[in-house]
Ligand binder design. Structure first.
Ligand code: ZN
Length: 536
């Protein structure tokens, strides 16, 4: 990992004065615009000055905009980033909010790194900040970033929430009460998402799922309506720009968490001379102390216990995708409440990002199968790291999830791979059943081999880039379900895994083995040379 550099403080730089002055001017213009649109004062008397806070500012389709000049002592830091692209990122430094500054620095560094790692054509990353709430112990920081690569430039948004007393920072999905409420909100967003231009139908509702990486910029407009905004290219073609949904305040009310209601109350009043009186208590470290935040689906189903005597778990795994027909497979899995693990490679993730997002949202496990499907053995640690790092970044950017499993292509691994994967927090997952679906493109043959090999604890290798495998899987899933198997993710089957270690199946070491399953010392039944002739 890159060592995080210290922020370069710009406190003495004339730029800061300029920025604040510009913000003041912008705020006055906004206020003037608002006033001119309101009913004239009775009697023509001038509007009272300094009697009450000004109204919250902002557009109906945007998050409230707080004038930085109304926050006492706010300064700006510039991110120091040591990488191969042009980076210009600023973030706020507010007196007595050091944990927020530290958090933003870490978060932005990770974001820039993921953009650079995921994108071979990455050219530049710029980001600037504004405040969207400041009051009553709460700050909202909205980042607007512009990523530029060989495809052009796209704007994206992330909004963070900070409790000034506890130093807890929250992602935007924490404004929603729970997963059920986020799913309900997702339904409303799918109905109303657009960009206000033309018919607003540019957005594809099917690409919107209740996961935190999509709900990462949520706030309120000055009227208290809930605003959800999406990055350019996230739920519509990139050229359509920012997409958003505005959920009426009354409709949103029942979906909000305590934090959400607090944010709404703060974001709907004007700000005057906001200051944080004291730093957070010394024992606070900025960690979120609340329960799980909505929008982080887990690949482990808490209703299933694979170690229970009556439960027979099996792990279906699909490599080299996603493919064009993977959504059909997801439909079949959903029908039987079955989970699977998808070992994805680089190009397919770039081509089918929405499928990755959907699979993740539906509780399947996403795991790393390298950028180029290279034989990792003998590639050298730098090469192995690159093959894995790119896919880690791609999936992180799509889902917000950091994967902890990988599968070496062809099952080919060595000490160097073990070392790199141990460093990256990735366990190596091989398999115990190989129907050779890449070789025999015959759905009934694939089906028969899987059913013959299936047993408790098995890890079954297939490839969702082959139509015959998709066809076979419909029957396989139905029959495994009928035979009493519970189809789970690899992480659920194995429980806690050790990075760098190689796993072949989920049969407990002390359990009597069924049939002729290999132990971890043996080659998996599909040997590396078998898979070596697979099409990439
Ligand atoms: Zn493969």
């Amino acid at each position: 990992m890159k060592k995080r550099p210290d922020p370069t403080m710009r406190a003495d730089h004339p730029l800061i004065t300029t920025v604040v002055a510009l913000v003041v001017v912008a705020g006055l213009v906004l206020l003037a615009t608002r006033s001119s649109g309101e009913a004239p004062q009775s009697g023509g008397a001038p509007a009272p000055v300094e009697e009450s806070p000004p109204p919250a500012s902002g557009e109906p389709h945007g998050l409230t905009v707080v004038d930085a000049a109304d926050v006492v002592g706010v300064e700006e830091a510039e991110l120091a980033y040591d990488g191969g692209i042009d980076v210009s990122v600023t973030y706020p430094v507010i007196p007595n909010a050091a944990p927020l500054t530290d958090f933003l620095e870490r978060e932005l560094t990770d974001e820039v790194h993921a953009f650079e790692a995921a994108n071979p054509g990455a050219a530049s990353f710029e980001a600037e900040w504004n405040l969207t709430a400041a009051g009553d112990g709460l700050l909202g920081v909205r980042m607007t970033r512009t990523e530029t690569d060989s495809e052009g430039s796209r704007e994206g948004y992330t909004t963070y929430w900070y409790d000034t007393a506890t130093a807890a920072h929250h992602p935007s999905s924490a404004l929603v009460a729970g997963q059920r409420e986020l799913e309900e909100l997702n339904g409303l967003v799918r109905e109303s998402v657009g960009n206000g231009d033309g018919d607003g139908s540019a957005a594809n509702p099917d690409t919107i799922h209740p996961i935190s990486s999509l709900y990462d910029s949520v706030g309120f407009n000055p009227d208290g309506d809930l605003v959800v905004e999406f990055d350019a290219g996230q739920v519509a073609p990139a050229g359509e720009g920012r997409m958003y949904a505005v959920i009426d305040a009354e409709e949103a009310e029942g979906l909000l968490s305590d934090l959400g209601r607090h944010v709404r109350d703060v974001a709907t009043v004007g700000v005057e001379d906001f200051a944080i009186a004291a730093p957070p208590e010394a024992d606070k470290d900025g960690q979120d102390e609340g329960g799980p935040v909505p929008g982080g689906p887990t690949a482990v189903n808490e209703d299933v216990d694979c170690s229970a005597p009556e439960t027979r778990c099996v792990a279906l795994t699909y490599d080299d995708g996603p493919g064009a027909r993977t959504p059909e497979l997801l439909d079949a899995l959903a029908e039987y409440d079955a989970r699977a693990t998808f070992f994805v490679t680089g190009r397919p993730v770039m081509e089918h990002p929405h499928t990755v997002r959907r699979a993740y949202a539906e509780g399947h496990e996403i795991a790393n199968h390298t950028l180029d499907h290279s034989d990792l053995a003998g590639l050298g640690e730098g090469g192995v790291r690159h093959e894995l790092d790119v896919v880690q970044a791609l999936v992180y950017r799509e889902t917000g999830h950091t994967m902890n499993l990988m599968r070496p292509p062809y099952g080919s691994t060595d000490e160097g791979v073990a070392s790199v994967t141990a460093n990256m927090g990735l366990a190596q997952i091989l398999w115990s059943v190989d129907p050779l679906d890449w070789k025999d493109r015959d759905a009934s043959v694939v089906h028969d081999r899987v059913m013959a090999g299936a047993s408790e604890g098995a890890i079954i290798l297939m490839h969702d880039i082959h139509g015959t495998t998709i066809d076979a899987s419909r029957t396989i899933i139905r029959e495994l379900d009928a035979r009493g198997y519970t189809m789970v993710t690899v992480s659920q089957l194995l429980g806690t895994t050790t990075p760098g270690e190689v796993y072949v199946d989920g049969v407990p070491d002390d359990a009597p083995e069924e049939g002729t399953e290999p132990s971890e010392d043996d080659e998996p039944s599909g040997t590396p040379s078998d898979e070596a002739s697979e099409e990439a």
